[in-house]
Design a protein around this ligand. Structure first.
Ligand code: NAD
Length: 315
């Protein structure tokens, strides 16, 4: 059987598939050529780039499985594929820790103004650090502060664990009842159970020093004008969930007024071409949707995808 890994697959995952007897082609076929070429394969794996829409599915009756390395399946017509008896697989848990660690890369960056000093020291670094020492004099520590997590699923919980490890208090909100504590595994394998507190969305907004968003894409932005209004003055905000979860135009207003001290965005409206006002804003720390982009996460994704594909194709 032949598998087209059209957006690539980690080497360990590829090896697992090959050892199970599959031929894995990692040559990328451009989207417009897939309709002619994909039917030569039994399965396709994609990340977010390749789209697997109804017309492609109809043109390729040989396809028995579609694998998405990662979480979001917005690029696949999932229900349609399943209605045709095609297995559709993703790897939702493999990247949670990497996304959570990126949240803290951004938070530590935010509380010490790294997003700004990295831009400004280049131009102003020559004379007594160009007055930048003074500009960055009011950093804050994370320990003892409250982080509010919106969406306490896989990534929200991993984010909470990193926060607890740093000595932060964790409050969270979710549509469903969640845990009253999380088990942390510290170095040396020591396990400790640490309390977390489920509260209303409004309480998260009101009580948090930092807010991190981990909900799926919603019809309407979860954070817009009314939500900014009830937040603490000087709150720090991270969005590594999906573009559109924060209203970007209202975010700019909230940053400019000082309501929000800094924001960190890994996801944007209109990816991969976010609006210029966001890209150039002096209070925004930016990453280009790299939440899952670690060696460890990519290996876990590859291994999980390979094993799920083997199960689906050998049925
Ligand atoms: P998940 O499904 O495990 O968790 C989402 C949680 O949000 C669930 O517990 C759900 O009940 C809750 N929820 C949904 N709507 C809500 C609402 N209106 N209010 C409060 N809670 C609500 O998902 P996950 O794996 O933790 O992923 C979270 C987000 O991160 C998704 O948007 C996903 O696409 C995104 N993500 C981003 C990256 C990245 O590279 N930045 C990587 C992976 C996932």
């Amino acid at each position: 059987m032949r598998i087209l890994a059209n957006d690539g697959i980690d080497a360990v995952g590829k090896k697992i598939l090959e050892e199970a007897g599959f031929e894995v082609d990692t040559n990328h076929i451009p989207q417009e050529e897939l309709i002619e070429k994909l039917n030569a394969y039994d399965a396709i794996t994609v990340r977010s780039a390749t789209k697997v829409r109804q017309a492609l599915i109809d043109a390729c009756p040989n396809i028995k499985a579609i694998g998405r390395g990662g979480v979001g399946m917005d690029n696949i017509d999932v229900d349609y594929a399943r209605s045709k008896g095609i297995a559709v697989i993703n790897t939702p848990a493999a990247s949670s820790l990497s996304v959570a660690e990126l949240v803290f890369a951004h938070l530590l960056n935010g509380v010490r103004f790294l997003y700004d000093s990295n831009r400004k020291m280049v131009g102003e670094g020559n004379t007594n650090f160009g007055g930048l020492k003074k500009a960055y004099a009011k950093g804050v520590e994370l320990r003892g502060k409250t982080i509010g997590i919106v969406g306490f699923g896989r990534i929200g919980r991993e984010t909470a664990k990193v926060a607890l490890g740093l000595g932060m208090d964790v409050i969270y909100t979710d549509l469903y009842d969640g845990p009253a504590s999380l088990e942390l595994t510290l170095s040396g394998g020591i396990q400790v159970d640490v309390p977390v507190h489920q509260v209303s969305f409004e309480e998260v907004l009101k009580k948090s020093d930092f807010i991190s968003l981990h909900v799926p894409f919603l019809e309407k932005a979860a954070i817009s004008k009314d939500e900014f209004a009830v937040m603490k003055d000087g709150v720090g905000l991270v969005n590594a969930s999906r573009g559109g979860v924060i209203d970007e135009l209202e975010l700019i207003q909230a940053l400019d007024s000082g309501k929000v001290a800094f924001a960190a965005l890994d996801v944007f409206d209109n990816e991969p071409t976010p609006r210029q006002e966001i890209l150039t804003h002096p209070k925004i720390s930016l990453t280009p949707h790299i939440g899952a982009a670690t060696n460890e996460a990519q290996e876990r994704i590859g291994v999980e995808l390979a094993n799920l594909l083997i199960d689906a194709l050998k049925k």
